[in-house]
Design a protein around this ligand. Structure first.
Ligand code: DX5
Ligand code: ZN
Length: 218
């Protein structure tokens, strides 16, 4: 495995100072952009107009996480505005494989996410259709929740299956990732780590990113 990727989530940034808060994470790998629609999750953030401005301003590529209904309709627009990676929820997609192919066709990395209670086994036959699989380590909707260690067996099976099939897919975790929990997720097979409060809640953002990187590699 290569170096762990650290993707700070701007859900924990200051929405009134987004440009400054994006500039603070230049040492990260991607910026994680949480789009919520108040239907798929009980919270509302922003849509394509905001993400387009983040895309124009961010020092690092965009990792868009769509917590929305009907991604079959809306996800391609985020690829078209230039997001490097677009991840939709398996629970919300009508045709996940077809949608992943469309995202790749536009030039984005195609990602699929699962909530803590959602099984990943139906993805095993299709691992090569995706560039990233996101195992949610909290119930999606809010930052600052506690890491759910009960999702680790699922991540372990997914990592095992990925290796067995030789699939080139990044395994991402999102929710409650901190210097205390990142090692457990890395040991279970994650290589790509979202962190909101652990990065933006730190006095020294660069030190927080470096600390996560070190703890994931340990
Ligand atoms: C939660 C979002 C996460 C959130 C993580 O639904 O998908 O990306 O920002 O926040 P922390 O790292 O604080 O748990
Ligand atoms: Zn997220």
């Amino acid at each position: 495995p290569g170096a762990p990727r650290i993707n700070p989530s701007i859900l924990s940034a200051d929405f009134a100072n987004m440009q400054a808060d994006l500039a603070r994470i230049a040492s990260a790998d991607f910026v994680h952009v949480d789009v919520m629609d108040n239907h798929f999750v009980p919270n509302l953030t922003f849509g394509p107009q905001m993400v387009e401005r983040v895309q124009a301003t961010s020092p690092v590529p965009l990792d868009v996480h769509l917590m929305i209904d009907d991604p079959d309709r809306w996800a391609p627009g985020y690829a078209e505005l230039g997001a490097a990676s677009v991840t939709f929820h398996l629970e919300a997609a009508a045709e996940p494989v077809a949608l992943a192919r469309r995202l790749r066709g536009i030039g984005a990395r195609a990602g699929v996410a699962v909530k803590p209670a959602t099984d990943v086994d139906r993805l095993f036959e299709h691992l090569h259709e995706f560039d990233q699989i996101l195992v949610m380590t909290v119930e999606p909707g809010f930052g600052g929740q506690s890491f759910r260690a009960d999702t680790m067996p699922k991540l372990r099976r997914l990592a095992e299956e990925t290796r067995r099939r030789g699939a080139d897919v990044w395994l991402q975790v999102d929710g409650g990732i901190s210097a205390d929990t990142i090692g457990e997720a890395a040991a279970a097979g994650a290589d790509t780590f979202v962190a909101g409060s652990a990065v933006y809640g730190a006095a020294d953002v660069d030190a927080a990113i470096a600390g996560l990187r070190a703890a994931a590699a340990a």
